[in-house]
Write a protein that binds this ligand. Structure first.
Ligand code: ADP
Length: 602
């Protein structure tokens, strides 16, 4: 900035000086030359005239008696005319108006002086020379003479100053030079003063432009130093405005993208050209604990999964824009489908990884596979038995009618078991299908419960079981009547089935705020702690020693109950044992919404 300022200023001052020099120097040199030449010319002319007039005066003079007489005349002549007069014979000075008589013979030989040499040779000679005696330029003019005023043949020499004016001109020139130097200094100072506000304006403009360049896009140039710079200032201001606007748009887009990025359910990981993690989204941080601290590391370091790193390395090594997908299973049972897509930035090939959590899908798939296997297995056992007995009856009929009857009863029992299982499966399938569009209405659950108990009266009587109904009045819930009946029947069926003879089974209903709770209690063997959740899974049965009730049990009843209860927005669970001393007894609870809490279609 300062550099620009000084160089601009320097150029300006130097330019002015050059201009001044160019304007003043040629006329100065020209006039100086001409005047000096003219002066010299005039001095020469004067010298010639003086020489001829001196010769004339001398030629009229009576012969000099002695050298001293000539000397005296010379002094007198010089005094009147102001001209130095010298008479030289064969190089030796005979008389000189400026040198006293007694010292004339001490003067050095003048025969070698150019004007004397020229005069001795051809009549006259002239030279301009600086006189050390008088300390100024003198014109020397010499003429050879013979036989005048009784003098021996010699050379007359006159010397007169080139000009008095010349000294004046010299001093004038010195004055002029000083004036010139002064004007140079003055123009320099003036240049400094004139450029100050202008350069100051440019400086503040440049400062504003610099600030804009460094990211202060809200900054504008307000002081414009001159009209000529106005378009430049407007252009810079416009540029800053545009950058500011584009930045705002970018910022907004970035915000939107970030919202999408972080709102995604899929986990996203972006790798740079070196294969290191640069960005991750929120979903990914919930998928891999502590991954936030792994930014800048490789996917292997972040997930400890070599197969993921291999897939990334493969993709980075290949020259393709096509992505690929891999399955990733974690040790905790979760499963991810990872899509790897390459993209390019200025540094090279980068990769974006999208993690879909497919644990649920995988789990459902596994359940489906297990279910099919279970169903096949459950049906195969009674079927094998039926087939075996039927074949035996055909191929080698038993001898006694009694034995044949036993065979057929076994066949019938197995067929009944299969029928029951297929029926249960149908109920389960129906309840699952129905679950999505079950129409709920106000139902008096107490009434349904009493009806169910009535159905179980004969069984209870047979097993000497005391059936206690602790339900009074009406308990209205939002339910599908058939579904509700199915649940109550299943729970009652289990209670009756697992209760030993002579025990008690009681049912109760408690209406609450928004939900009603129903309970089925028995004094049976109870449910072990680790099976309390699992008994609600399909085909799960508790193996008990000497348990005969297993026949006709498919392990589907409670699964059906849970399916139906949940589709009502309720919950089902078991508490067991009920008697800490005997560690027996089980209580199955279900909750259902009452009309105040929920009305309509689920
Ligand atoms: P199942 O059709 O075999 O009764 P459930 O799904 O109804 O199948 O029951 C699953 C398992 O839960 C049964 O094998 C049984 O051992 C156990 N269970 C169910 N109800 C009771 C109960 N009231 N008392 C003890 N065990 C029970």
């Amino acid at each position: 900035m300062n550099g620009m300022r000084s160089s601009l200023r320097k150029r300006l001052v130097l330019g002015t000086w050059l201009l001044l020099l160019m304007a003043l120097a040629p006329p100065f040199v020209y006039f100086d030359r001409t005047i000096r030449e003219d002066m010299l010319e005039e001095a020469r002319k004067r010298a010639t005239e003086t020489l001829s007039s001196t010769q004339w005066v001398l030629s009229r003079h009576a012969p000099f008696g002695s050298e001293d007489a000539l000397e005296a005349w010379a002094v007198e002549y010089a005094r009147h005319t102001g001209v130095r007069f010298t008479y030289i014979v064969d190089g030796k000075v005979m008389a000189d108006s400026d040198v006293p008589a007694e010292r004339v013979h001490l003067m050095d030989d003048h025969g070698g002086r150019p004007e004397v040499v020229a005069a001795s040779r051809g009549g006259s000679g002239m030279e301009v020379r600086y006189s050390t005696t008088l300390r100024k330029d003198l014109v020397y003019a010499a003429l050879r003479v013979e036989g005048i005023a009784g003098l021996p043949a010699g050379v007359i020499r006159v010397a007169l100053p080139v000009s008095e004016v010349r000294d004046r001109i010299d001093s004038m020139e010195t004055g002029l030079l000083w004036a010139f130097i002064f004007s140079l200094l003055a123009s320099g100072g003036l240049g400094f003063l004139v450029t100050r506000p202008f350069l100051g304006g440019i400086e503040s403009m440049a400062r504003a432009a610099q600030a804009i360049g460094q990211g202060d896009y809200g900054r504008r140039i307000r002081d414009i130093p001159g009209r000529e710079l106005r378009p430049l200032a407007h252009a810079i201001n416009g540029m800053a405005h545009n950058i500011e606007r584009h930045l705002a748009v970018l910022e907004e887009q970035k915000g939107r993208l970030e919202a999408v990025f972080n709102g995604m359910r899929e986990g996203v990981m972006v790798l740079d050209a070196e294969g290191r993690i640069t960005t991750i989204n929120r979903a990914l941080t919930t998928m891999f604990e502590g991954i936030v601290s792994k930014i800048g590391r490789t996917p292997l370091e972040a997930t400890m999964k070599p197969e993921l790193q291999r897939a990334v390395d493969d993709l980075r090594a290949k020259d393709t824009t096509e992505g690929r997908a891999i399955m990733l299973e974690l040790s905790d049972g979760r499963a991810f489908e990872v899509n790897l897509v390459p993209f390019f930035d200025e540094a090279g090939r980068c990769v974006v990884l999208v993690f879909h959590d497919v644990s649920e899908r995988e789990k459902l798939e596994r359940i489906r596979r297990d279910f099919v296997a279970n169903v096949s297995h459950e049906l195969k056992t009674p079927l094998t038995s039926i087939k075996g007995y039927a074949e035996t009856l055909l191929e080698s009929p038993p001898a006694s009618c009694e034995q044949a009857g036993a065979f057929m009863r076994t066949i019938l029992k197995n067929a009944n078991h299969m029928t029951k299982m297929v029926n249960s499966l149908l109920v389960l399938a129906r309840s699952e299908h129905k679950g999505e569009k079950r129409v709920l209405a106000e139902v008096d659950a107490a009434e349904v419960l009493r009806q169910t108990l009535r159905e179980f009266q004969p069984v209870a009587r047979r097993k000497a079981i005391e059936l206690v109904c602790e339900v009074e009045g009406a308990v209205t819930v939002m339910a599908d009547r058939d579904g509700l009946g199915e649940v109550f029947r299943n729970l009652m069926d289990n209670a009756m089935k697992y209760s030993p003879e002579g025990t008690r089974v009681s049912v109760s209903a408690r209406p609450g705020a928004g939900v009603a709770t129903f309970c089925f209690r028995d004094e049976g063997p109870g449910i072990p702690e680790n099976s309390k959740e699992r008994i609600f899974e399909r085909f799960y049965r508790i193996e008990r020693e000497g348990d005969t009730s297993k026949e006709g049990s498919a392990g589907l009843g409670l699964a059906i109950c849970r399916r139906i209860v949940r589709s009502h927005g309720g919950e089902i669970w078991v508490e067991s044992p009920l008697d800490p001393a005997t560690r027996r007894g089980a209580a199955f609870f279900i909750t259902l919404n009452t009309p105040r809490a929920r009305v309509g279609v689920v």
